[in-house]
Design a protein around this ligand. Structure first.
Ligand code: ZN
Length: 55
């Protein structure tokens, strides 16, 4: 039995690197994604919290 495997390309999801929006929702401590909630932006990674009214 001849097992001919097709050299099919593996679908690898490539996120658009380089495209980064500066929306101020990145933790300045660890760089993780922050979550805004009731005018409080909290980092779910390190727990850093900042006010949304801060520049
Ligand atoms: Zn953080």
């Amino acid at each position: 039995m001849i097992d001919r495997r097709t050299n099919a390309p593996i679908p690898t999801p490539t996120p658009p690197t380089g495209v980064r929006r500066d929306d101020g929702l990145d933790c300045e401590i660890c760089g993780a994604r922050m979550q805004e909630r009731s005018c409080k932006i909290t980092c779910r990674n390190c727990g850093f919290t900042r006010d949304c009214s801060d520049p």
